[in-house]
Design a binder for this molecule. Structure first.
Ligand code: ADP
Ligand code: MG
Length: 290
């Protein structure tokens, strides 16, 4: 495979991307962990922040997140530094995870009475990024895996990030609720984080055999002409099996169609930072990949 083993361009600054969609089961966690693993395998330094109390991203990355483990809960509620909760992913170099434990379910309520309740994650991230830059090296990506709601945990993610990545499942009702998500992004942009914007949309669980999948894909592309990645992620049994082995599909079955599509999506994401001339150069160096 042409892409495997290739290095992706480093962004000029750390990109903090929140993966969000208030619908459950659309592929947020799957997208977060597999893009993160693919970016790390391509030589970039990547941190996953798991802010979903379910802790599915932590599980998929093989990260211990039983109740006593220091986690994003301690960061948000007690002000613990991120560096004290981060664990290294056992299967992928350059990939770290701040795990979520079940305590985080209570954080949504505990946060309400705390000062600066919307910006606690942002402050912790800023400190961590400075420490990394001064010490082991600058992080290239932080991906935040959000719960399926628009509560204070998600608000914290929106305030900490510059970019929103929305996974959209190619099925009926896919666009329902999307306008509410976009309104929320606008609200946060207006009041708490002027940088925030939807930079990327990824179509997931695409089934090429059904008209419905291609209709939904066409509709999303018509609405979001520049944000939607060309790559779509197919429905793949290997993708859904990987988490039960504490792995991403990138290590569980790197040659599978699911892994290859996440690798391609990660390349597209990474190459968003290139300008026109750099893009051409990249194309010349690597030949035509389309
Ligand atoms: P969310 O985080 O939005 O709730 P998940 O990423 O957990 O969604 O995905 C929901 C379920 O669908 C999980 O069981 C996951 O393994 C499965 N899944 C996600 N993407 C795919 C795919 N491309 N092919 C097959 N199963 C998938
Ligand atoms: Mg999830």
């Amino acid at each position: 495979m042409a892409l495997a083993g290739r290095r992706f361009p480093r962004p000029k600054q750390t990109r903090v991307i929140t993966v969000s969609n208030q619908k459950g089961g659309v592929g947020k966690t799957t997208t977060t962990v597999n893009l993160a693993a693919a970016l790390a395998q391509a030589g970039l330094r990547v941190l996953v922040l798991d802010i979903d109390p379910q802790g599915n991203a932590s599980t998929a990355l093989g990260i211990d997140h039983h109740a006593e483990v220091p986690s994003v809960y301690d960061v948000l509620v007690d002000g613990m530094p991120i560096k004290d909760v981060v664990q290294k992913c056992p299967d992928v170099d350059n990939l770290w995870c701040a795990p979520a434990t079940i305590d985080l379910a209570g954080a949504e309520i505990e946060l309400v009475s705390l000062v600066a309740r919307e910006s606690r994650l942002q402050k912790a991230v800023a400190v961590y990024l400075e420490e990394q830059e001064a010490g082991p090296g600058r992080l290239d990506y932080i991906l935040i895996d959000c719960p399926p709601s628009l509560g204070l945990l998600t608000v914290n993610a929106f305030v900490a990030a510059q970019e929103v990545l929305i996974p959209i499942q190619c099925e009926y009702y896919a666009l329902e609720g999307l306008s509410q998500l976009l309104r929320n992004v606008d609200l946060i942009k207006g009041h708490l984080n002027p940088q925030l914007h939807v930079s990327t949309i990824l179509l997931t669980m695409y089934d090429g055999r059904t008209r419905l999948s291609s209709q939904v894909a066409d509709e999303v592309r018509a609405h979001f002409t520049t944000e939607v990645l060309k790559t779509t992620v197919p429905r793949s049994v290997r993708i859904s099996e990987a988490p039960s082995h504490g792995q991403t599909v990138m290590t569980y079955d790197p040659a599978s169609s699911g892994a290859l599509s996440y690798l391609e999506a990660a390349r597209e994401l990474a190459e968003q930072v290139l300008d026109e001339s750099e893009r051409e150069q990249q194309g010349e160096n690597t030949g035509d990949r389309s």
